[in-house]
Write a protein that binds this ligand. Structure first.
Ligand code: BGC
Length: 517
């Protein structure tokens, strides 16, 4: 069936990813603005000191980490839709504080609170999408979340670039304040959208669940597809309710353990590819590699990141999760190995005081740019969206919100650890690893590929309800593409039974109406 309204709804909520991306791309440019340096630096136009800089950058991830952990509770208590509205509200408070603040006293709490909101959203959006999407489009629709992240990063690069030469505090306040519209737009739109039918059923609101599903699919309640899908969800929920309400600890017990580990580690390995090293520190890295147009090069990586996400939308539901992730591992590996090799063979010399490029090999510079783009292509078309898709679809409903929360927190945790430590590893006056850091990323990318090959099963095309059977089947992940759902879960059977009950209800209502008349 065509699912135009589901697609539009999932596209709309993926706007939460835009907030996430914009926040990621925003700070690096702002730190370099003159007015920002004057307010937050030591004075006389000198750059913001290292400790203040790292505090302002990394404190956001502290907020996002806790936001991601809190999202599970919020999503279960308030429902997915209200949780998204409240998270946007939290985000807006953080944005207001940052906009008002030209000192650390307001800026730091503002970044923590906005980060908390972004952390909540980074968890709630893919969760809502996975629960709202029909199974054959689930991968593609969850991937639109990643597309929105990449567009957000690029938009922030663009806004910063456009405003960097504006005089006064407006140069950094406007890019921050714009987020106010983004947050309000998301919250406002959510008022109009239905909640996740799966979650409404979980809260025993069957009638609301049915109407939410009808709105999502733009179909009437008596449509056989709707009846099928409701029956499938209800039957599965009954199994889960027999098992009782889940806690975070349940994610680490029994059958939950394997899935939680997969979700936590796929998010960790996504970060360990080194992608944010390019987005947070790309400008510095490119200069160290002898590339003078470092700012432009960063923007190019932002554009490649957006464009390369489109192939993922196409491939993820056709090739399947495993093939896409393993293909991405190979492409990223090639990209990083060449960047590392070229940077090691043709090191640039820099002025130790200003950091300006003194000598460099222009062919080596071009090669570095091209293969960094190969790496970004490998990431954005595979692991970028793929990690989010796998995370949202491997949990049973009972554990899903908490499991997704733990995995998203793992993403932010590694985001923080890498964002905080890489300057110390790379910088000439610190660890001085320079371009050789690409070899470290290559080793970690390889580890991520081995992890996927041996531990992550194929979930393409399965109803979220059937993923349980896949895990219970004991089929080794590397053979799981051949897995076929058994007949005992055949939704058609339950749908017929359910349709029979529906008809009986309608008949009862009709006869009651006749008696009443
Ligand atoms: C990652 C972010 C990253 C972005 C890059 C996302 O999937 O989780 O950390 O900045 O991709 O496009």
């Amino acid at each position: 069936m065509t699912n135009t309204s589901t697609i539009l709804i999932c596209l709309f909520v993926s706007f939460g990813g835009f907030l996430f991306g914009y926040d990621t791309g925003l700070i690096s440019g702002i730190l370099e603005m003159e007015a920002f340096k004057a307010d937050f630096g030591p004075g006389n136009g000198a750059p913001v000191g290292a400790s203040t800089k790292s505090l302002i950058v990394s404190i956001l991830s502290v907020g996002t980490f806790f936001g991601a952990l809190a999202a599970g509770q919020l999503a279960d208590k308030l429902g997915r839709r209200w949780a998204i509205i409240c998270s946007s509200g939290v985000f807006l408070i953080g944005v207001a504080l940052q906009t008002a603040g030209h000192n650390l006293g307001l800026m730091l709490p503002g970044r923590i609170i906005a980060g908390f909101g972004v952390g909540l959203l980074s968890d709630l959006i893919p969760l809502y999408q996975a629960e709202a999407a029909p199974k054959h489009l689930r991968g593609t629709l969850v991937s639109t979340y990643q597309l929105a992240i990449t567009i957000g990063i690029l938009a922030a690069f663009g806004v910063n670039q456009g405003l960097q030469n504006v005089d006064g505090r407006a140069s950094y306040r406007v890019p921050i304040a714009i987020q106010f519209f983004f947050g309000a737009f998301l919250a406002g739109g959510m008022f109009l959208l239905p909640d996740s039918p799966r979650n409404l059923l979980r809260l025993n609101r069957r009638a609301d669940a049915l109407s939410a599903l009808c709105r999502l699919r733009s179909r009437p309640a008596h449509d056989v597809e709707i009846i099928n899908e409701m029956a499938e969800m209800e039957q599965h929920l009954r199994f889960e309710q027999e098992l009782g309400e889940a806690s975070y600890m349940d994610c680490f017990r029994g059958k939950g353990y394997r899935r939680t580990m997969i979700a936590i580690w796929i998010q960790a390995f996504q970060q360990l590819t080194g992608v944010n090293f390019i987005f947070y520190y790309g400008t510095t890295f490119f200069r160290q590699a002898g590339i003078e147009q470092a700012y432009l090069t960063s923007t190019i990586t932002g554009v490649v990141n957006v464009l390369s996400t489109f192939p993922a939308l196409y491939m993820i539901d056709r090739m399947g999760r495993r093939k896409v992730l393993l293909m991405g591992t190979t492409i990223m590996l090639i990209g990083q190995l060449v960047v590392g090799a070229v940077g090691t063979a043709y090191p640039a010399t820099l002025d130790p005081n200003t950091g300006a490029v003194l000598t460099s090999n222009s062919k080596a510079g071009i090669c570095t740019i091209v293969f960094t783009c190969v790496f970004i292509y490998g990431f954005a078309s595979t692991w970028g969206p793929g990690a989010w898709v796998v995370t949202t679809e491997i949990f049973p409903l009972r554990l899903r919100s908490k499991g997704v929360a733990l995995a998203t927190a793992s993403n932010w945790f590694w985001n923080f650890v890498l964002g905080f430590t890489t300057p110390y590893i790379v910088d000439p006056d610190e660890g001085d690893l320079g371009p050789k850091i690409a070899f470290l990323w290559a080793a970690l990318i390889l580890a991520g590929g081995v992890f996927v090959y041996f531990l992550v099963p194929e979930t393409k095309g399965l109803a979220l309800e059937d993923v349980d059977e896949l895990f219970d089947s004991g089929i080794p992940p590397w053979k799981s593409s051949a897995f076929i759902v058994s007949d005992k879960h055949n939704p058609h059977h339950d749908a017929m039974e359910f349709a029979g009950k529906q008809n009986a209800n309608i008949e009862n209502q009709k006869s009651e109406a006749t008696i009443g008349a």
